[in-house]
Structure formats: C-alpha cells, structure tokens
Design a protein around this ligand. Structure first.
Ligand code: AGP
Length: 594
C-alpha cells in the first residue's frame, strides 16, 4: 500500500494520479483519491486498473488532496474497503499504510459512542478517532491525541475540509515529504514523486507534520522539531522503462553499472584506505546476517563467504523467523540486508538484535530509509531505484556489498582470494551474458510448458539456486525448488521424471565432481538437465542435455554470473507464459507490515 498527498498550486488530481501510476506497476488491488474543493471533500474509489481509476477521478477539482493504493490486509478487496476513509461528518479523510493492532477495541468504543463505520478495515478507526478528539476544530491537536491511542506501525495522511489542511504522521511505516517551490508532496517512497522534487525530508518515528504550500512544520512528543532536508540522488529517467518491455528486463541489464557503482563505494584507488564506511564494531565475535526473500538469499551467501574468511560464528537467518536463541549478545555484529530498507520483518529483527546488545549494519539501496535510522551504520548499494517487484540488480549489488564487507573484516583473506580484482572484472563478465541471451531464451521456451522444476547446486551455488527458484515462482508462476544437489536423494528424487526439468549450476570449485555425479543421477530418473557452466566446460556439456555458457570466473564471482542467467531465464519463461512480469499477482514491492 502506498500513501500520497499534495498541497500546492497545481490541480492535484494529475499530480496524485501520475505519482500513483509510478508505483502501481508493483501491483495493488484498489485505489482511491480525495480532494478538498468548494463543496467539501470529493472522493473517488476504484477497483481494477489505475487507468480506469484515472478516468473516474479526472473530473475532481482542487489543489489539495490525498490518494492511496491498497494491498488488502484487514478486510477484502472492495470499494468500501479502499482508502480514503472518512469520519462521520465527511470533513476528515485519511489514507493509511500499516496495521492498527488495537483497532477492534477502538472500533467497538467508537461505535458505542455513535460513530458509523462503512468499511471492514482497521484504517477507518483513524478518521473516527480524530473526529472524536475534536478534529473538526483542530486537526493537528486531534491527530496528536489519536496517535497516542493507536497501536502498531502506521504512516497516515489526513485531509481536513474546514481548514484545508493536510497533516501527516509516521511510526515505523515509511513516509517521505517532497519539497517543491510553492508545493509540498507526501509519499511512501521517493520514486513516486521523483519528477516533481529534488529535495526531501524523511520523517522520524513519532513525527506529526502539517504540510502546506510553503513546506512543513513538524512536531514530535509535543515539541516542534527540525528535520534535515536531503538532496535526491536519483533522477526521474531512472524510473522509466527506457525502451525495454518490462522494468525487470531493464533492471537485469542495469547490473553491470550497479555492480560497478556499488563496488566503487568500497574499492578506493590502489594505495588508499578502504572507502567502506566505518563498521560499528571492527572485530566482532560473531556475525548474524538478516533478510527476507531475495535479501535473505544474499545473507545466506554471506554466511558461507564470511564463515570461510573470518573464523568466527557467522549465521544467516530469515528475519521473519528469528527466535531468541539466534542471538549471541554484546560484541556481535548484526547485518541486515534490505533493498527498500522498509521491510517490517527485517527492521523488527534488527531492532531485537540491537536490544540483545548487537552492533548493527544496514546494507540497503534506499537513502534515508527506516533501516538506516535504526542501524549504527549503513553500507549503501548503488543499484539505483528498483521498480520491478522481482529483485534483480539489488541482489547482485547486495552480493557486491557483502564482498566489500569481507574486504573490510578479513582484509588479508579477502586479498588472498583476489576479491578486489574479481569485483573489478565482474561488470564486463555480466555484460557478456547480457549481450548473448539466445541460448537462455531458447531454454526458457522449453521450460514454459512445465509445472514443476528444480534448480540444484552445491556450496555457494545453493543460495543462488534458491534465489533463482524464487524468481521462477514470482514472475513465471512456475513451481521451482532451489535445492542442495546432494539432498535430492533424500526425498525429492521421488518427484523426478520427464515432466520435471532440472537446472544444475556447475562451478569450478571443490564441489564440481559431486555436481557432475548428481547430474548423472538426475538424468537416470528421466528429467531434462540444463546446466549453467563455464563456456569451455566440455565435461559438463557431455553430461547435460543443454548447457548455458557463462564466462569463466573465480569461485566467488560465479554466483553472480549464475544468478544473471537464472534471472533472464525466469524472465523469458514468464514472457513465454504470458505472465504480468512487473506486476506479479498478490505481491507488493516492499512489505512494510509484519
Ligand atoms: C524478491 O524478488 C522480492 N522482491 C522479495 O523477496 C524481497 O526481496 C523481500 O520482500 C525483501 O525486500 P527488501 O530487500 O526490500 O527488504
């Protein structure tokens, strides 16, 4: 779900809907917009597509308004449940991103006081609560009182007819204010408002702000506070498809640049000190790596890489499944991977690690995101805005950041492994794969009819196989398991027949012989085997049905090259199957609720 708001001199509807359109490629289920005009608050809600919503809303007049895209959590997908929600008088309208944990209790209380609810959502209580606290008379004061009663993460924008005011507030959920000349924008993330602004303010937890044409006034804990203004590093061009059919394909092709730019953060010219930001602890006794989805796969890769170099306990955990026993305590370092920096589960896990005495590092792609304010320090990936729901360039950038971390924590071992030189040659190797996709496209056409598939690997390839499987599930709706090759014989062999193709990732490492044995065992059970292997690997070619060649690389960079092949193969399979690649069903780009 996304919140947007505008107050300024332009007609608000085109601004709000253009902004909304820029975030709907991520997939949402309903839309709504509300404006203050001379008749009061006018509101339009729509199911279906943003184009249909635009047609229904374009007659609205006014230069102050809010809008919203919803991803249903509490209450089904319906016009009534779409935001904005109003109070009983129709003078207050709100849009909300987050969860109200105590909404049932509040709703019962408000209903007993005579408030009439029109939706099943938790969000609607906000409008009635503000009304109950005298919002019609003083919006800011009433919003402050209401927020004290609301439990759970929230980012809210409130529109007020009598005063023509726009008030916003945040606690844990993302909210950014864009500052223009004589106009102010509100959004859940920067890409939505990029074409209009160069300067932003990131609100802090507990902030309430009054937005006007001339900027914002912010309060926290009853005091007026000042928040820093940041220049936006991204440009509007970066969120266009630039001639590609899909954002996913464009972002896959941006990977050489993303790798170069991220590596440049931490690879200074020879003879200079590392540019990697100072770590919150230089000599940790243990490292805990956290993330969800794709970011968890980067953490899993990090577990193997850092374990092999540091000689201290290193473990990766799915942030949404963290249990108390995972924490080692003071002296340890927690590293959270998150493209958006807004994933609720990852933020919660990092907070718990900090509460257990860990020092903390965030590896994120989004400047000013919530996780950067929680972590003791931040290492930025320089992938540029990632628009497609499926993470691609952010993953390879996280892997690069991981190697920068290895260079910093274990400089001698990382140097001996040649990490620095390998990172420098990586963009051109990825470029070679991107320049020659025929074999990948042909393999994808072959995979498109199947319902089930395995991707198998050993060692560093296992997280890559899991990440590849996630891509096939997410964009091609092809059920794919990423599996350690040696584990198939402990159960999944029962699934293998000619209807279950297998992709095998074959590297030049200590696992090579076992991988080739695994391919033989798999083929004996009927599946077609597609190997991803070095372009001069004749031995693998003799075993597999098809080989997708990649440039020869060192052990630590092979995961990136294999990943790029799997990204492309999932993309082309999805295209062959006619899937809505940039808008996979049921998914949102960043999951800001627990
Ligand atoms: C993967 O393609 C998805 N976009 C998803 O798994 C994602 O990686 C996950 O939700 C975590 O997001 P984050 O990196 O923004 O924290």
């Amino acid at each position: 779900m996304r919140n947007l708001g505008y107050v300024g001199y332009r007609p608000a509807v085109p601004v709000l809907l253009n902004s909304l359109e820029r975030v709907t490629y991520r997939g949402y289920d309903s839309f709504g917009v509300a404006l203050v005009d001379h008749n009061g608050i006018e509101m339009v809600k729509s199911l279906g597509t943003v184009e249909e919503h635009r047609k229904r809303a374009e007659h609205l007049q006014g230069s102050i308004g809010i809008d919203h895209t919803r991803w249903a959590t509490v209450g089904g997908v319906s016009e009534a449940n779409a935001h904005p929600h109003m109070d009983c008088t129709g003078d207050i309208a709100i849009v909300h991103n987050g969860d109200i944990d105590n909404f049932r209790h509040l709703k019962q209380r408000l209903q007993s006081e005579g408030h009439v609810f029109k939706s099943e959502t938790d969000s609607e209580v906000i409008a009635h609560l503000i009304e109950a606290h005298g919002g019609r008379q003083s919006l800011v004061k009433a919003t402050k009182k209401a927020l004290k009663e609301l439990e759970g993460p929230l980012a809210v924008a409130v529109l007020h007819r009598p005063s023509r005011q726009l008030v916003v507030a945040r606690r844990e959920s993302p909210l950014v204010i864009g500052l223009g000349e004589g106009e102010t924008f509100v959004a859940s993330d920067v890409p939505a408002i990029l074409p209009y602004i160069h300067r932003v303010v990131y609100l802090e937890d507990g902030d309430i702000a009054l937005a006007s044409e001339s900027g914002i006034t912010v309060w926290n804990s009853g005091q007026e506070v000042t928040r820093s203004v940041h220049q936006v590093a991204w440009s509007a061009d970066q969120i266009s498809k630039a001639g590609y059919d899909h954002f996913m394909l464009k972002e896959i092709h941006e990977q050489p640049q993303a790798i170069h730019d991220t590596a440049a953060e931490g690879l200074p010219a020879a003879g200079q000190a590392s540019a990697t930001p100072m770590l919150p602890v230089e000599d940790p006794s243990a490292v805990l790596l956290l993330g969800c989805g794709t970011s968890y796969h980067a953490a899993l890769l990090g577990e193997q890489v850092l374990s092999s170099m540091l000689g201290i306990p290193v473990s990766a955990r799915v942030a949404s499944e963290l249990h108390e026993g995972a924490f080692q305590g003071p002296g340890s370092l927690a590293v959270a991977f998150s493209q958006s920096g807004e994933t609720s589960d990852t933020i919660t896990a990092l907070r718990r690690a900090k509460d257990s005495g860990y020092r903390s590092l965030a590896i994120t792609n989004v400047m000013g995101s919530s996780i950067t304010r929680l972590a003791d320090s931040t290492l930025y990936t320089r992938a540029g805005p990632e628009v497609a729901v499926a993470s691609t360039k952010s993953f390879v950038s996280q892997v690069v950041a991981l190697y920068l971390l290895a260079l910093h924590l274990a400089p001698e071992r990382a140097k001996a492994a040649g990490i620095r030189q390998q990172l420098r040659s990586l963009p051109s190797k990825v470029g070679q794969i991107l320049a020659n996709t025929e074999a990948i496209e042909a393999a994808a056409r072959g995979l498109a009819p199947f319902q089930h598939m395995f991707i198998v690997a050993k060692g560093l390839g296992v997280p890559v196989a899991m990440e590849g499987a996630l891509k096939f599930k997410e964009v091609a709706y092809l059920h794919t398991e990423g599996y350690p090759a040696g584990e198939l014989k402990h159960g999944p062999f029962a699934m293998l027949d000619q209807n279950t193709p297998v992709i095998a990732l074959v590297g030049n490492d200590q696992h090579r012989t076992r991988m080739l044995t695994a391919i033989k065992e798999i083929k004996a059970r009927g599946p077609q085997v597609i190997a991803v292997a070095d372009r001069d690997d004749a031995e693998t070619a003799a075993f597999a049905d098809v080989v997708i060649p990649i440039p020869r690389s060192d052990v630590f960079m092979a995961p990136v090259l294999q990943t790029v092949v799997l990204q492309l193969m999932s993309y082309y399979t999805a295209r062959e199957r006619g899937c809505p690649i940039d808008r996979p069903r049921n998914l949102a780009k960043s999951v800001t609720v627990p």
